[in-house]
Every structure is written in C-alpha cells, then in structure tokens.
Write a protein that binds this ligand. Structure first.
Ligand SMILES: NC(=O)C1=CN([C@@H]2O[C@H](COP(=O)(O)OP(=O)(O)OC[C@H]3O[C@@H](n4cnc5c(N)ncnc54)[C@H](O)[C@@H]3O)[C@@H](O)[C@H]2O)C=CC1
Ligand SMILES: O=C(O)[C@@H]1CCC=N1
Length: 271
C-alpha cells in the first residue's frame, strides 16, 4: 500500500539553514514549483546577500532560532565545519515534530545525531545546484528515520528533480558523482565551447550548440535507457570524423583523466 504522505507543499513551512550556493538553489527550485514564498525561511549570517529571495517574498533572516521555531521542515545547508556550532545553538528548539534534512557533505547521520536529542530523526540528502531549475539528481540516505519522514523528504526532492535512495556508505560517492558532477559536466561543455570557437563559431553560438548537444546526449540515455556506447555507435561512421576525434581524445587521456579526477575528489573528502 502506498504511504500517505502527510505533507502539503503550501502549508508546511520549510527553513533552509544556510542560504549559500546550494541553500539558495533549493529555495529557487521550491519557488519554481510554486511553493508559497512566505512558507520558506532562508537563513544566512549576511542576510543582505539574500535580497534576491527577499524580493520574491521569501522570509530571509539571520536568526536560525526563529526559522526553526516557525518551520516544520528543516534543511541544513551549511559547510560541514559550521554545523556543530549551529546545532549547539538550536538543540533545544529542534523537536521530534520537525523533519530534519541535512544536505551537508562529509557529515554523517551519526555525527548529526550526536548533537541532537536521540528522538530526532535525520534524513541525509545529496542534491546538486540544478535543484534551482527542477533538474537535481538527489541521493537520499537514512538510518533512524521513519518511512514517513523518508517519504516526505523524497516528496520534496522529487519536486526539485530526480531522487534515488542509497546506503549512507555511498554518500561520499554520491557527493562526487552527483554534486561535483555538475562542475565536471560544465567543464566538459566549456571545453566544447572553446573547441567550437576555434573551428569557427562565435562564443554565443558555440555555447548554444554545445549545451543543447550535451542535453540531447543525456536525454538519449535517460529516455531510451541505452548504454552510451550504443548511442556512440550511431554517430561513428567507419573512417569518419567522429571516431577520429574520439580516439584522439582517448589517446590524450580523456576518460582516464575524468576517472582519476573523480577518484581524487572522493579521496579529498575521505582523507
Ligand atoms: N554547492 C554545491 O553544489 C553542493 C553543496 N553541498 C553541501 O551543502 C553545504 C553548503 O554548501 P554551499 O552552499 O556550497 O556553501 P556556501 O558557503 O555557499 O553556503 C553556506 C551558507 O551558510 C551560511 N552560514 C554560515 N554560518 C551560518 C550560520 N551560523 N547561520 C546561517 N547561515 C550561515 C554562509 O554565509 C553561506 O551562505 C556544504 O556542506 C556542501 O558540502 C552538497 C551538494 C552540492
Ligand atoms: O566541493 C564541495 O565542497 C561541495 C561538495 C559537493 C559540491 N560541492
């Protein structure tokens, strides 16, 4: 029987604690889904840097206690080295009635739980900045959370893109592949643009062609469920220009450099 999800996208107030790059992306994504801006609190020490959200009637404040008291759903989007001090300030205000979500990388559920009352449930989520446009890939993990709280978290992040549930032991890998992955993909697109300019396009046209082409390539996999090589075979004429270019890229270490970069990223988290 499907779980009945006791969440109303326009009644449960959400507080995003830490309105930086990711926190703001989540708020923007919620607004895009027509979440009532007055039901969204975003906190940041320098609250003036949230003026763009304030202009959209989001409740912006530097007062974390106020946001926690007003909200039912708490999304912690702080840097890992800030969270313990902030939780200390909030411990007595976070109750079992709150749904507590952490999008903080490199900060485990166990570490989070230690700073709060044992009755508080935590769901870890690893979205990416494409949440701002409803295209995040979000991985979810939990240990002590109820099925209802996991379902509520999934409901929120489903509105911001795609979600999957993973074991918490894979959260660092999810951080690298899904969250850092935005930067890797953009660097790939930037290199395509640079190449495109060298072969004759102006920057604007090269950006349009490269971005739409990468979007199309992703959609071929997402919509058809094919292996990338199956789609590559359709583009590579024998003795043709695609295979010549691809092989030269591989001679220069294209796949290898990506794989090594991904491994370096995870080693950086785990050291
Ligand atoms: N940026 C990204 O693409 C992703 C980030 N993450 C994780 O999300 C967390 C936040 O990352 P970013 O948004 O990139 O960092 P950020 O530095 O842009 O955002 C953190 C925000 O918290 C604010 N802040 C600091 N102390 C505060 C306090 N006491 N009360 C309220 N706000 C306070 C800062 O002013 C800053 O705006 C990190 O743990 C990161 O690992 C996870 C996935 C993707
Ligand atoms: O590089 C970082 O610190 C964060 C983790 C996920 C994306 N950006």
């Amino acid at each position: 029987m499907p779980l009945s999800i006791n969440i109303n996208m326009n009644q449960d107030t959400i507080a995003i604690i830490g309105g930086g790059n990711l926190g703001k992306s989540i708020a923007q994504g919620l607004l895009k889904q027509n979440y009532n801006p007055e039901q969204i609190y975003v906190t940041r020490t320098k609250v003036e840097l949230l003026a763009d959200l304030k202009a959209e009637n989001v409740q912006t404040t530097s007062d974390n206690v106020l946001a926690v008291k007003e909200a039912k759903i708490l999304i912690f989007a702080l840097k890992p080295y800030r969270i313990e001090a902030v939780l200390k300030q909030l411990t007595s205000h976070i109750t079992p009635d709150h749904l507590v979500i952490s999008v903080i990388s490199d900060f485990s559920i166990e570490q989070f739980t230690k700073s709060l009352a044992p009755t508080i449930q935590i769901v870890r989520a690893m979205p990416n900045t494409a949440a701002a446009i409803g295209e995040s890939m979000t991985c979810l993990a939990s240990k002590n959370a109820s099925a209802e709280n996991i379902a509520k978290t999934k409901f929120i992040f489903d509105a911001l893109g795609e979600t999957i549930e993973i074991d918490e032991s894979l959260m660092d890998a999810a951080t690298v592949l899904g969250a850092c992955g935005i930067a890797y993909a953009l660097r790939f697109i930037r290199a395509m643009i640079q190449g495109g300019i060298e072969i004759g396009f102006d920057a604007k046209t090269a950006t349009k062609i490269a971005s739409q082409t990468v979007k199309g390539a992703s959609e071929l996999l997402l919509q058809n469920g094919n292996h990338p090589e199956e789609e590559i075979d359709k583009v590579t004429t024998p003795k043709g220009c695609t295979i010549a270019g691809l092989n030269e890229m591989e001679h220069q270490g294209f796949s290898s450099s990506l794989i090594k970069g991904i491994k370096t990223s995870i080693e950086t988290i785990q050291k």
